[in-house]
Design a protein around this ligand. Sequence first.
Ligand SMILES: Cc1cc2nc3c(=O)[nH]c(=O)nc-3n(C[C@H](O)[C@H](O)[C@H](O)COP(=O)(O)OP(=O)(O)OC[C@H]3O[C@@H](n4cnc5c(N)ncnc54)[C@H](O)[C@@H]3O)c2cc1C
Length: 463
Amino acid sequence: MTTVNGGISFWYASTGIPAPREPLPGDAAADVCIVGGGFTGLWTAYYLKKSVPFLRITVLEQKFCGYGASGRNGGWLYNGIAGRDAYAKRHGLDAAVRLQQAMNETVDEVVRVTDEEGIDADVHKGGVLEVAYSPAQLARLKAFHEAEVAFGEKERVLLGAAEAAERIRVAGTVGATWTPHGARIHPVKLVQGLARAVEALGVVVHESTPVTEIRPKHAVTPYGTVRAPYVLRCTEGFTAALRGQRRVWLPMNSSMIATEPLPQAVWETIGWEGLETLGDMAHAYMYAQRTADGRIALGGRGVPYRFGSRTDNDGRTQQWTVEALREILVRFFPATAGVAIDHAWSGVLGVPRDWCATVTLDRSTGLGWAGGYVGSGVATANLAARTLRDLVRLDSGQDGPTELTELPWVGHRVRRWEPEPLRWLGVHGLYAAYRAADRRESTGRSAQTATLARLADRVSGRG
Ligand SMILES: Cc1cc2nc3c(=O)[nH]c(=O)nc-3n(C[C@H](O)[C@H](O)[C@H](O)COP(=O)(O)OP(=O)(O)OC[C@H]3O[C@@H](n4cnc5c(N)ncnc54)[C@H](O)[C@@H]3O)c2cc1C
């Protein structure tokens, strides 16, 4: 029973790596140049081309579309957005409620377009179930539920242990919360389908084309420069490799494992017929889905960050991370103790210094960017893309402000991360504190969040 480690992700093992598209052949011109072929870049190309069909749009991708987090994630298409609470503090509750409502609608928008474009991405809208299994987690869960309702999520419900078990039988669950605003997806089927859809609309996509520098009206590559009035940076966890961007977004790792297809007898002990995406209330939280082919794909934080903002090449993850994730799997579902782990992999997320996602178009330079989604970019990338479309239309005089251009995350700026070694020490210290807090909470009786975790939140800029 060998575990494949890397190979980009399990999702590619199940679909195959796509045939490569041609690199940029030399200097070129476009109306909009998009750097990065993940969900953000491809959705942006999609919506721009749909709304202004004569626009010449070029996407430049360093490897192949869906090489980054978009082809490696947990497949939670859900309504969470990094930074909402901070935006509420800064812009008021009403602004944050509008942002949350836009996110709720985004889940349905992705499902709608996926359907309309005939992309079969194993989409199932079973909602999101988050469980608590210690008194401290339960207290956090209740506070979380209350906050979400206050932000306009009226459909969210709080479940007791028995009700939670009717959905998914996670060992030791003492309570849960469920929201309908979430769907399970197969990320690679979605990102590859989207790449084909934008090409069919007439967008030019060049792969194996790394952009080394972005300047106003220029995207520079080893094969030539694309000149365009608008250059949009959609490079998320890889942003630090671009000239001048090293300390903008920290590349944070997230790792996953996928089991072999589980026997029916094991599924009978677990339930999970509603195909909800599953998460918990730990500080170093886990996330999981039941795949269309009957596996559990489960992720969490392993080694959180590599010195000097380095990123991986092929999704290989550390052995101790694989073991830690397996330990969570078996703790949640004891019946999986004997099952094989077919695949393990990792990827990078983009984390801004204040942990707030943003979408921006600088009208004086024509440079735009979207990201910093931390761990929740699958749906957020779609909202960011529609917002970038509206910002480009606004700037080019084709349209006025829209509901999306007025959302509080638009145009947000934040200071850079500290230089090394402070950056490395800070992130490793943060996750060491979270893990220690999780251990303390899981053995303790107190309903109070461990002080260590509260302190870590405050110091890291998250709290
Ligand atoms: C293991 C893991 C699990 C996750 N689980 C979830 C989840 O379940 N739900 C959720 O909401 N979010 C999840 N996320 C986060 C989510 O996947 C991302 O936020 C989202 O995919 C970001 O999309 P993106 O297009 O902005 O970035 P990416 O998908 O990273 O795309 C960026 C693209 O830009 C390309 N690129 C980078 N630099 C250059 C350059 N210089 N020149 C040319 N091209 C370049 C890269 O090759 C890449 O293809 C997870 C992330 C990881 C890593």
